[in-house]
Design a protein around this ligand. Sequence first.
Ligand code: GRF
Length: 221
Amino acid sequence: MSARRRVGVLVSGRGSNLQALIDAAQMPNYPAEIVLVISNVPEVQGLIRAEQAGIPTRTINHRDYPSRETFEAALNDALKQSRVELLCNAGFMRLLTESFVSCWLDRHLNIHPSLLPAFKGLDTHARVLAAGARITGCTVHFVRAAMDDGPIIAQAAVPVLTGDTEAILAARVLTAEHRLYPHALRLVASGEAQVRGEFVDGMPKGPAEPALFSPPLRGSS
Ligand code: GRF
């Protein structure tokens, strides 16, 4: 196998998506390795997960810096020192400047718990329920300066079910996130998915079966 791509992961909390990436990167033939985990919040579970996996960690607390630019310069220094090639946001809760985003253009991934471009932003699952949507899901995309915006790499559809609360729906979507993120990173790290303008190549070639109908299809179909 050719050299694995060196990946840095940015977290702010629980780090369950980070864990999914750590687990995937331990599989033989996975085209990426996680070489650094950075948290902007001290002592979060994401840092503990990385330490337990023997991955170097850094805490770069945005509160210790006078501006976004100086905070991001510290991020970039750490990423450079670890020779990071691809960057993954995994529950990273800071908005990044255009300058940082352009520095990592098309090498920087994010996961969002909706089928983008629907339901960008926070409180996603509450808004999905309030809208009466029947299908939601999750998206991994390349990062652009606008929040939850950018070329879509991969998506998974998840049904909204009778009786769902925000917590129940979040848990169902999270299970899909943990499968989707390693899949999307594999596509990018292996070179299978490449950005062309504002779209990503590497769409599946037919047959064009819908991934999920909600309510389910009945009868002969
Ligand atoms: C996930 O739902 C992710 O999609 C969103 O923030 C949450 C982070 O969860 N961006 P975790 O820290 O990966 O457990």
